[in-house]
Ligand binder design. Structure first.
Ligand SMILES: NC(=O)c1ccc[n+]([C@@H]2O[C@H](COP(=O)([O-])OP(=O)(O)OC[C@H]3O[C@@H](n4cnc5c(N)ncnc54)[C@H](O)[C@@H]3O)[C@@H](O)[C@H]2O)c1
Length: 121
């Protein structure tokens, strides 16, 4: 039996992650029997509020199935953000970080994740 893939979804309230690509793919993986769970959504926009949008059915279903915690990076320095991510990682033991926020922030999240041995998409 495969170990559960535990996901940190960065930018999960966005169009590409919450509607168009990642949430549907994660739901499909789960549907096909792959043990996968989105444990944390890191986004300045509240995913619960975003999921109320008519166009955000995949995000709504992901929240309903996985109950991910919301991590709000707004206003945090890089050091503070890393500390918050480290605390979340020690709780959830992420195996995968999906980085789907604005490209300007990709590098910080990638460096954080790979330096902790977490796979990155
Ligand atoms: N929309 C597309 O068709 C498409 C296609 C291919 C790739 N992409 C890529 O996906 C990424 C997101 O695009 P989008 O269209 O979903 O944009 P979007 O603006 O809808 O979503 C981006 C999300 O990132 C969040 N965000 C902003 N700053 C953040 C931070 N510091 N930490 C975490 N989250 C933060 C925003 O609040 C938002 O929810 C981009 O890198 C884009 O190039 C988009």
């Amino acid at each position: 039996m495969a170990r559960t893939t535990t996901v940190l979804l960065v930018g999960g309230s966005g169009h590409w992650a919450g509607r168009e690509n990642h949430a549907p793919a994660l739901l499909e993986m789960r549907q096909s029997g792959w043990p996968v769970r989105t444990a944390v959504i890191c986004d300045p926009r509240n995913p619960e509020k975003r999921a109320q949008g008519e166009d955000m059915a995949p995000l709504r279903e992901l929240l309903w199935r996985d109950s991910p915690k919301w991590l709000n990076p707004d206003g945090l320095s890089r050091t503070e953000l890393e500390a918050v991510l480290d605390r979340a990682h020690s709780t959830h033991r992420f195996s995968l970080a999906i980085i789907a926020c604005n490209p300007v922030h990709h590098r910080d999240y990638i460096l954080w994740a790979v330096s902790r041995g977490i796979s990155v998409l």
